[in-house]
Design a protein around this ligand. Sequence first.
Ligand code: AMP
Ligand code: MG
Length: 342
Amino acid sequence: METLIISGNDDNGIRIAANIIREGGLVAFPTETVYGLGASALLSGAAKKIYAAKGRPSDNPLIVHLSTPEDAEKFAYVSDTYFKLAEKFMPGPLTVILQKKDIIPFDVTGGLDTVGLRVPSNPVANKLIRYAGVPIAAPSANLSGKPSTTRASHVINDLYGRIDAIIDAGECSIGLESTIVSVEGDNSLKLLRPGGITLEQLKECGFRVSLDKAVTQKLDDSERPAAPGMKYRHYAPRASVTLFDGDYEIVKRKLYELRDVDGAAILCYYEDTELAGLKNSIVIGSRIDKQNTAHRLFALLRDIDCDSSVKDIYAALPEKDGIGLAIFNRLIKAAGYRVIKV
Ligand code: AMP
Ligand code: MG
């Protein structure tokens, strides 16, 4: 299949992409979180095409993207809590899980009777949804299991020839996928996946928030994940990832010991002066600027994949405050929960 590359500045190109979506095709598009692989959320056959293009298991639900928070009423049963969340955080990197209405086909939701709704703030994404005139179901635009795509070049590497079009609008500002919450009751939420909207921000707005176990820990084989996608290997580069947990000075010493190990790459921060200069270390950003680390993480994992000499990646287990919780969650999943206490 010939994949059309469209510039995010090309209004007519976005109209063409919207038409492709309306007619059941697949378009990758930028959002403020990561690139999404979009199809009409009202056509069940279109969702199937997304699963096929990504190689994604079909019980892993898709997030449905809307151009305004009010549109949620057409597709799901909304409550006061939803509207409070919408007022504070939409448009933006928040997905809310609600009971779905019949108009959303079950293959979009992986067979669930709930649907995840999000209103992206990226103006290109918003325009595409408006021009399409239908909600857009979109998972991250990467091959299943690989790190999400935060630049059009990543999408081209993974999906060129497998989808109808790619809209290129540069780098995604946040760089990690949306925060996902389910509404459990009045003002009461469960955090299923951390992201650009932090646990602290939700609490500051007066919501009671419980943290789903799968955010920080591996579930037992008998446990059913609340967010089905969380059971799969995710965000993983080709090289294996191992995380060290413990006193930061001891962790740094452990990482330093790997300086001459064949095939090992050390992820470190700019402030870790003894590590940052090593020939096999990769500086991920500043330890105090977590937004920037989040923004760069997936691009960095993809860059490391281009260097075939790297077989094993080592890093410190991230701190869990603010957007750090999202970085923690993505890295433990990339590591397949391989965390070594030091
Ligand atoms: P992605 O679009 O690749 O970032 O993945 C979307 C993720 O959202 C899925 O893997 C699920 O974990 C989660 N999700 C989407 N819809 C639902 C839903 N109805 N219930 C629970 N989790 C959901
Ligand atoms: Mg994904």
